[in-house]
Design a protein around this ligand. Structure first.
Ligand code: DNO
Length: 354
């Protein structure tokens, strides 16, 4: 595995590449062209500039998170082929630039969802939290406002104001899309992009839905073992794989993550590993990465990845805000650096004992 950290680019991130370079054991970053909306073309020059900037800092560009999917593709709209062609074009350019892993998601309307971005914890840190009863009591039109008000001025990944200003239109697009249709539309997309992935050896890593159940009545299909197996079954092509995100799958305490890892062996192309604490049904907060701080057994998760022969990029995920750092919620330097060191420690121990 290659330990990495997510970096949003110097125009958006409070963390610098120079800081990431000093986190022991971190050799790469996962980045994106953060200003690109779904459906936009990625210029070759912009991709090359991103890569050069990262390499000049002594790190590698280990993959892209995300190249986002236009809603026309997810809903199977009549103009989806136009957007798939653009997507293929972007993959081609990424492949030509030597990038071999692309993370994306197939969540309708909203990407990951939280109700609180700075919940105070007993140790004085703040963290992101979710409460289903809040989601049940608010109008989905108010959701982006709720996130924006708490984001400390940072643009939150997946919560682009340009796209969400059209929320009514977006909801209307999904009116007739149920789980079956979403699976069909995903298969259509996968079948069309696999040839370019073969040509450039690009691993596509779909991100699970977060939380792993339907929100605001929208269908969600990347939620647990059975659905992930069905999803992988959409194509035998090895380039069709997943991002194993423990924080997303772990929102449902019924999800046995080590068992999911074993079931997806060979198809996990990217891993997001973090812990969270369940406080009541449908209610959780993001913990520090250590097992002792949350509800998950992080050793068992890392061991399952090791046993499955995982060799892709991995990254610590959302961190708490600690030591007074002001950063994009979930993406400060300090707690993620602690997370990376911890995950590297677990990995070293597992490796030496195996
Ligand atoms: C949030 C992230 C997601 C993820 C996308 C992948 O912090 O985990 O926004 O990057 O769902 O496309």
């Amino acid at each position: 595995m290659q330990m990495t950290m997510r970096w949003f680019g110097k125009a958006y991130d409070s963390v610098t590449l120079a800081q990431i370079r000093q986190v022991p054991g971190v050799t790469g970053v996962i980045s994106t062209l953060y200003n690109k909306l779904p459906g936009e073309v990625w210029e070759q020059e912009a991709i090359a500039a991103l890569k050069q900037e990262i390499e000049a800092a002594g790190l590698s560009l280990a993959g892209i998170e995300s190249v986002n999917i236009h809603d026309a593709i997810k809903t199977g709209a009549p103009d989806r082929d136009k957007y798939i062609d653009t997507y293929i074009n972007t993959l081609e350019r990424l492949g030509q630039a030597g990038i071999h892993m692309v993370c994306y998601n197939f969540m309708p309307v909203f990407d990951w969802t939280r109700t609180e971005l700075a919940k105070l914890r007993p140790d004085g840190s703040t963290t992101m939290a979710y409460d289903q009863s809040i989601i049940d009591s608010i109008d989905p039109n108010d959701m982006s406002g709720l996130i924006e008000r708490q984001s400390k001025g940072f643009v939150m990944a997946g919560w682009e104001p340009e796209r969400l200003s059209r929320i009514k239109e977006l909801f209307a697009m999904y009116k007739d899309v149920d789980e079956t249709r979403l699976f069909e539309n995903m298969k259509y997309f996968i079948d069309r992009i696999m040839p370019v992935c073969d040509k450039y050896n690009i691993n596509m890593a779909i991100h699970p839905d977060d939380p792993s159940w339907s929100v605001f009545g929208l269908p969600r299909i990347v939620t647990g073992k059975e659905k992930l197996q069905r999803l992988i079954g959409l194509s035998n092509n090895i380039h069709h794989g997943v991002t194993l995100c423990t924080g997303s799958l772990g929102t449902n305490p019924q999800n046995d993550i080590p068992a999911i890892i074993a079931a997806l062996k060979g198809r996990i192309h990217f891993a997001h590993v973090r812990n969270l604490l369940h406080t009541a049904p449908g209610k959780f907060e993001e913990a520090a990465h250590l097992s002792c701080d949350g509800s998950m057994d992080m050793f068992a998760i890392m061991k399952a990845l090791y046993d499955a022969g995982f060799d892709g990029p991995i990254r610590p995920d959302h961190g708490r805000a600690i030591w007074g750092e002001v950063a994009m919620p979930g993406y400060g330097l300090y707690d993620r650096a602690l997370g990376a060191a911890y995950l590297n420690g677990l990995w070293e121990a597992i490796k030496k004992m195996s």
